[in-house]
Design a protein around this ligand. Sequence first.
Ligand code: ADP
Ligand code: TRP
Length: 331
Amino acid sequence: MKTVVSGIRPTGNIHLGNYFGAIVNFVKMQHEHQCYFFIADYHSLTTHPTPADLNDNVRKVLVNYLAAGLDPEKSILYRQSDLPETAELYLFLNMNAYIGELQRVASFKDKIRTQPNNVNAGLLTYPTLMAADIIIHKAHMVPVGKDQEQHLEMTRNFATRFNNMYQTPYFPEPIAFSFGEQLVKVPGLDGSTKMSKSENENSCIYLSDEASAIRKKIMRAVSDSGPTEPNQEKPIPIQNLFSLMKIVSKEETLQFFNEQYNECKIRYGDMKKQIAEDMIVFCAPFRERILELESDTAYLQKVLDMGAEKARISAAQTLKEVREIIGFRKL
Ligand code: ADP
Ligand code: TRP
C-alpha cells in the first residue's frame, strides 16, 4: 500500500477538467492506498479572496469531493489550513529553494503575464508550499492533471535536496499519477486545449451545472464552418468537441460523428446537441448529490474535523522528525 496525496484549490465548483484530471483518480485510489485529499485553501490566498468567498469555496470543493464519491471513512479528507504543520515545513523548504528555479516555473511566468499587478511572494513560492503538502505525509503518488507535472518535478527536487543535505533518505520522491497511461487534459469549450476556471470561466462545464446551463454552454462551444476535404485533419476546437464527446458519449456515437466528419457531412449543431444530452446524463447524479449535501453544514463540518484529526497525526510525526534532522534538538 502506497501513500497518496492530492488537493485542489478552492476557487468554486469543480469542472470536468478537475474531475477527469484529478478526482476520478482520487476515487479509485482510495480503495487501494492510504490517501490524503485536501482543499488547498492556503494556496488560494494568492488571489486575495474575501473571507466569505474563501469559506464558501472550501465548502463547494468539499461538497464536490463527497458528491464525486470520496469516502471520508476510507480516505483522509481535510482542509490544508487545518494542518499548520504544512506552513512550518514550507518555511524549511523555502530555505533551500532558489529564487532562480522558482522564477522559471511555467505557472509563475503565466501569472506574471496575466496578473502583473499581483505578483506576490506566495505565487513565487507556490511550488514549495505544494511540495510541503505532499512530502508532509511522505507521499509516493500524486494524482493530478498534466498541468501539474512541473510542480511535481519541483517537489522531487526539494525532497531529494533535503535528503542530500542531511544525508538521510527521509522523504520518498513522489510521482504524478493517473490511471490511464498518460496524464489527462480535458479541453475547454472556448477552443483552448484546457478547460480552466482560472483562465476562462466560460470554458467550463461544472459537475453541479443544471441541464439548461449545459445545453446553452455546449451549443455555444467554438467550432468552425466544417471540413472541405475528406479525412481532413481536425483543427483544435473540433478536436476538443470530439474529446468531450469521447468522455461522455458511447463509442458508436463518437464513431458516427467521426465518419460524418471524414465524409464532410458533419453538422456541428447535431453533434453539440448529442454531446449536451450525454453530458446532462453524465452530470445529473453528481448534481443531485451536490444539492443534497450542500445544506448539511453539520455533516460537512464533521467530515473536516475528522479529517483534520487524522491528517495531523502523520503531519505532526513528520515535523517532529524533520525538526530533529535539521538540528532543532534539546540542548
Ligand atoms: P483551473 O485550471 O480550472 O483553475 P486547477 O488549477 O484548480 O483548475 O486544477 C485543479 C486540479 O484539476 C489539478 O490537479 C489539475 O491538474 C486538474 N485540472 C484542471 N484542469 C484540468 C483539465 N482541463 N484537464 C485535466 N486536469 C485538469
Ligand atoms: N497546485 C494544485 C493545483 O493548482 C493544487 C495543489 C496544491 C496540489 N497542493 C497540492 C495538488 C499537492 C497535489 C498535491 O491544482
